[in-house]
Design a protein around this ligand. Structure first.
Ligand SMILES: *Cc1c(COP(=O)(O)O)cnc(C)c1O
Length: 370
């Protein structure tokens, strides 16, 4: 980039308040938020999650916190710090989804809030959102969902009878947007569950949805609250343009198609997908188990560096042979699917664990062909 052009990046044009309002509106429309408010949070999605947890926890609720990855555990820790009584519900096998039955039977113990991650990019699984939210609503329990890794990759509805009360969104995964801004949809019951920490004395917190409501939702929308980076706002607008042009249903379908093809391919290679069935498999990444004895780090490194496959090892605490093929955002494509499967097969072959590459690749092609 020339010196002259780089000035444009250093000082982007200001982003107007009307366009700012439109960003939140469009994000809300993407997830069918209906009557729920959608607010932008100037910070990466983890900041929005902390904002939710801090003000949710401050009211001292009894929370059933489903933890299927580190995000869930962290959310529970923030809640506890603020005064919530948190019960952690984890799946029997770390990294697997919880079942609806597990959550429903736990809910019978009496809670004010249930919180969980919808799609897990860490392990490639999806939790049963509709069943959990419906059952929570039936019991008057407020539902809080981390949908950062599912918006655009899985069917998701933040309003209506199956919509959760608080839904955290991030543009940087399936939506192929910027990582430095996020959003939260909050319905009436959601707002009721948020309260101001009693020990707070400052007039503004950077992790407060109630402050965002005061400084934006409850105003005439003529001034953007705080100083969100204009780069992020322009990038979010561009990402939402692209999503709008493709259509959110088509975007979700493209991720589901990639997940279906990779899953078929993994099985064709003779390997085991991590999710037990396609309905529990993330649209962003496909988890799979390497053959026993295969050196995971070596497979991932060779696959990436020699074959150009987007392979990633799952985080610590889950199965040591668990690897993910990424097909996120623009990478939810035929090319990335084939490169991922082919690179995995190539790396395994070179490391002395040959798999049936022909059958695996043919199975993935067949999914796209049919
Ligand atoms: C990526 C992700 C986040 C946080 O996103 P950051 O960009 O790291 O802030 C939160 N929850 C889930 C489930 C994610 O996949």
């Amino acid at each position: 980039m020339s010196g002259r052009q780089s000035w444009a990046w250093a000082t982007p044009p200001a982003f107007g308040a009307q366009a700012y309002a439109r960003l939140a509106e469009r994000l809300g429309e993407l997830v069918l938020a209906g009557d729920a408010d959608t607010v932008l949070v100037p910070g990466e999605a983890i900041v929005a999650l902390e904002a939710v947890a801090r003000e949710l926890g401050a009211g001292g609720p009894r929370v059933l916190n489903v933890a299927t990855s580190q995000y869930g555990y962290l959310f529970g820790q923030w809640l506890s710090e603020e005064g919530a009584t948190v019960t952690t519900l984890a799946p029997p096998v770390p990294g697997q989804p919880v079942t609806a039955e597990q959550v429903v039977s736990a809910l019978a113990n009496g809670y004010d809030v249930v919180s969980f991650v919808h799609g897990e990019a860490a392990t490639g699984i999806v939790n049963p959102i509709d069943a959990i939210v419906t059952q929570a609503r039936r019991r008057g329990v407020v539902s809080v969902v981390d949908a950062v890794a599912s918006v655009g990759a899985e069917p998701l509805r933040a309003g209506g009878p199956t919509g959760a009360d608080i839904v955290v969104l991030g543009p940087q995964k399936a939506l192929a947007g910027p990582a430095g801004i996020s959003a939260v949809t909050i319905g009436e019951a959601g707002w009721k569950a948020l309260s101001r920490p009693t020990r707070r004395v400052a007039t503004l917190s950077s992790v407060s949805l109630l402050d965002i409501r005061r400084d934006w939702l409850d105003t005439d929308h003529s001034a953007i609250p705080g100083t969100p980076a204009p780069h992020e706002l322009w990038a979010l607008e561009a990402a939402l343009e692209a999503v709008g042009a493709e259509g959110v249903d088509a975007l979700v379908a493209r991720h589901r198609l990639a997940a279906t093809a990779v899953r078929a391919g993994v099985q064709g290679l003779g390997l085991r997908p991590w999710a037990d069935d396609l309905a529990q498999a993330s649209g962003l990444v496909t988890g799979l188990l390497l053959p026993e004895g295969a050196d995971r780090q070596a497979v991932v490194t060779l696959g990436r560096e020699h074959f150009g496959a987007d392979l990633v090892a799952a985080p610590a605490g889950t199965d040591e042979q668990l690897v993910k093929i990424r097909h996120t955002g623009r990478q939810a494509s035929f090319e990335a699917v084939l490169a991922g499967l082919g690179g995995l097969a190539g790396a395994l072959s070179r490391l002395g664990h040959p798999v049936d590459a022909a059958t695996g690749l043919a199975a993935a092609v067949e999914v796209y062909a049919s």
